[in-house]
Design a protein around this ligand. Structure first.
Ligand code: COA
Length: 262
């Protein structure tokens, strides 16, 4: 049961990159359940087809395209196809990302570059293409899915942290440059989130206590999707250029003490 009105995005079109799986699929579902027509893209046709079927079973309208966000020509083609199909674009969620936990000396030069290519340059590619193809003339909302690493050093995630902090910088620059066109740009930084491929890879690599944050539980995909929904809604109409950590206060908890014994 959502706390938001079911029609707050009625008449709008939302595009979620990486929308076929994990957090991206839940973001798409949540935006769709609040009235948006959906577009999703990913590298894998089979994942897209499975997601479209699942979302259609929920009564949601979904258009999809196979797209590697590292390739600007493919991205421009996807945006052109989307605009042709729906005739508009209102919400872009840059969710697609690559991640693997590895110490820096175990990452090849190509491995590091791959993450920067997907997470940072991919976000730039899609934002620029969406701006040029539609948003510049009509306004809209962009939400970049990032990570709650601001100001921190992060073991096993040097490549991801470097890319995502670039994404945060891009979020702020886009908000400043594009505000005059009626475009708001914000970031959502998920902490530990259950039921995600990235999370499972991390759990397999390190022995960390689940729910190790002041709220004492892992986040859910819906926790992340609800934050995105709020940010693209009129309720957030004067919020732009901000990065919202959705992590149960984990990123500001200096000592991370375990709960006291009862
Ligand atoms: N440890 C170290 N290096 C790794 C690695 C790991 N676990 N996984 C990938 N790499 C390196 C590869 O070795 C390769 O470099 P090399 O050719 O010099 O050896 C480089 O990264 C590119 O890997 P490749 O698999 O060829 O690239 P890709 O473009 O097909 O996909 C990822 C790269 C990261 C997207 C892929 O590993 C992936 O699908 N990850 C899952 C996505 C995910 O977890 N999303 C959740 C985001 S939070």
């Amino acid at each position: 049961m959502s706390v938001f009105k079911p029609d707050i995005l009625a008449g709008q079109v939302a595009f979620v990159t990486g929308g076929a799986t994990g957090i991206g699929k839940q973001i798409a579902r949540t935006l769709g359940q609040h009235g948006a027509k959906l577009a999703i893209a990913s590298r894998k046709q089979e994942n897209l087809e499975a997601a479209v079927k699942e979302l259609a079973d929920d009564g949601l309208e979904v258009w999809f395209d196979v797209c590697d966000i590292r390739n600007p020509e493919q991205v421009e083609g996807t945006l052109a196809g989307l605009i042709q199909h729906y005739g508009r674009l209102d919400v872009l969620v840059n969710n697609a990302a690559g991640n693997f936990p590895a110490f820096m000396d175990n990452i090849s030069y190509k491995g590091f570059r791959t993450i920067v290519d997907i997470d940072l340059l991919g976000t730039y590619n899609v934002s620029k293409a969406a701006f040029t193809a539609w948003l510049k003339e009509h306004g809209g909302n962009i939400v970049n899915i990032t990570a709650p690493f601001d100001g921190m050093g992060v073991s096993l995630q040097a490549h991801v942290a470097a890319a995502k902090m670039g994404v945060d910088s891009l979020t702020r620059s886009c908000a400043v440059e594009w505000g005059r066109y009626g475009i708001r740009v914000n970031g959502v930084a998920p902490g530990e989130t259950s039921g995600t491929e990235g999370g499972e890879r991390f759990e397999a690599a390190v022995d960390m206590r689940s729910g190790n944050n002041p709220l004492g539980r892992p986040g859910t995909r819906s926790d992340i999707a609800n934050a995105v929904l709020f940010l693209v809604s009129e309720g957030a109409g004067f919020i732009s250029g901000q990065i919202f950590s959705v992590d149960g206060a984990a990123c500001i908890d200096m000592l991370k003490l375990p709960p006291p014994a009862e």
